[in-house]
Write a protein that binds this ligand. Structure first.
Ligand code: AMP
Ligand code: GLY
Length: 417
């Protein structure tokens, strides 16, 4: 099978790594990719937001499957363009991707499907904003309606800060605060059949102890030893299947990866958000544990034949990933700094510890930073404590001036905090 992956972050590196290990894959391309992905796939330049260009590239390569990583191309209709060219594509249509592209659309689908989520108001005027903030009280949850790479959400006890963010958005969703731990649960779906993956937990805040601003995610781990073993079945029944059914009934079936961001509250499971693609950095730990070959699974989803997919197989090992971010991330990051220590990790740390690249590129003979999140250092181990130790040992070998990372990824779950 020839596979083309669209994107160039650590999630796409994790996807390409798994696809490169799949014996059914005999050619693997990534566009545009990054310096790390170049080690496992052949890179092609492409404007990932240009559907005609992506479809053209897939045709030229004779791809049997196109996998679209990030949300922006999905929302821009790139999957539709590839599908129209007659090539199977893993990723939803632009219409179905509105589940991620518009928080207001997602709320509407959830209401229609009876999916539990935070109560919310969609506001477009200062008066509506004021009334909604007043109705829910602190802590305030204020979300920009459009795509914002995880950074359009402000959760704060400060009324002025909440008001300021709300007024800076054209259309804003203001909602009830959900307490309790967060879980990211991914499901592969072809629009009818839904196959949940193993749950993971992300660390959204920039600093240790869940302090600092929201980011795209600073680290993740899986499995979740503290979670109810029935959680996945419950979420399949109350969230994933009803959402997929609702979108199919609307005539906009969702095929691809349905990501449920959940809060496990004292009153039960609630959806915080949906995403229309694999999460980053959670994908790094979920795929590290998935034993089932990835290409056939994604192709089954793309072709509407997921019903024939054998049950998924998982490794017993635990996985942890730690994100190394540029100076000033999640603000405007500094880029172009050389990254050192990658060869040491590869030489010293064994096959279960590896560095997935997010924002990196080659410059001369060096690998330099090229984005906010730069690397996602991933390790598997017999349990979370061991996976964590291995990941942090590798993090310590990496030198990137001004960079920062959290030191407490999976610490609580591993029982080491
Ligand atoms: P989102 O982009 O909707 O996932 O929001 C980003 C982060 O903000 C989430 O992962 C949560 O940590 C936090 N958040 C979003 N909505 C809520 C809510 N209703 N209650 C509490 N925290 C929230
Ligand atoms: N890790 C959060 C996301 O992918 O949206």
């Amino acid at each position: 099978m020839k596979v083309l992956v669209i994107g160039g972050g650590a999630r796409e590196h994790a996807l390409c790594r798994s696809l490169s290990l799949d014996p059914d894959v005999n050619a693997l391309y990534c566009a545009p990719g990054n310096a790390g992905i170049a080690e496992v796939a052949e890179l092609r330049p492409v404007d990932a937001l240009d559907g005609a260009a992506v479809a053209g590239l897939a045709t030229e390569l004779g791809a049997d499957l196109v996998v679209i990583g990030p949300e922006a191309p999905l929302v821009a209709g790139v999957a539709d363009a590839v599908r129209a060219a007659g090539i199977p594509v893993f990723g939803p249509s632009a219409e179905a991707a509105q589940l991620e592209g518009s928080k207001a659309f997602a709320k509407d689908v959830m209401a229609a499907a009876g999916v539990p989520t935070a109560r919310s108001y969609v506001c477009t005027t200062p008066e509506e904003v004021e009334a909604a903030l007043d109705a829910f009280g602190a802590p305030y949850v204020v979300k920009d309606d459009g795509l914002a790479a995880g950074k359009g959400v402000v959760v704060t006890g400060d009324l002025d800060a909440a008001r300021e963010h709300a007024l800076a958005c054209d259309r804003v969703v203001i909602e009830e605060y959900l307490d309790g731990p967060e879980v990211s649960l991914f499901a592969i779906t072809d629009g009818t059949t839904v196959l949940p993956l193993q749950p993971a937990q992300d660390f959204k805040r920039a600093l240790d102890g869940d302090e600092g601003p929201n980011t795209g995610g600073m680290g993740a781990y899986s499995p979740l030893p503290w979670a109810d073993p029935k959680l996945v079945d419950e979420v399949l029944e109350t969230v994933l299947q009803p959402t997929v059914d609702e979108l199919r009934h609307r005539g906009t079936p969702f095929s691809g990866l349905l990501y449920a961001g959940l809060a496990i509250t004292s009153r039960g499971v609630r959806v915080i958000e949906f995403n229309a693609r694999f999460g980053d950095p959670e994908t790094q730990v979920v795929l590290a544990r998935l034993r089932t070959p990835l290409a056939g699974l994604l192709l089954n989803a793309a072709q509407g034949t997921l019903e024939s997919q054998p049950p998924l197989a998982w490794r017993e090992e635990a996985a942890v990933t730690v994100v190394i971010a540029s100076h000033n991330y999640p603000g405007t990051p500094r880029t172009g700094d050389p990254i050192e220590g990658l060869a040491e990790v590869a030489a010293e740390d064994g096959p279960d510890t590896y560095v997935l690249h997010a924002g990196t590129r080659h410059e001369g003979g060096a690998v330099v930073s090229a984005g906010g999140r730069v690397l996602s250092v991933t390790a598997t181990g017999s349990d979370l404590a061991q996976a964590r130790e291995k990941a942090y040992k590798a993090v310590a070998r990496i030198r990137l001036e001004g960079s920062h990372h959290r030191t407490d990824i999976a610490a609580k779950a591993a029982g080491t905090a």
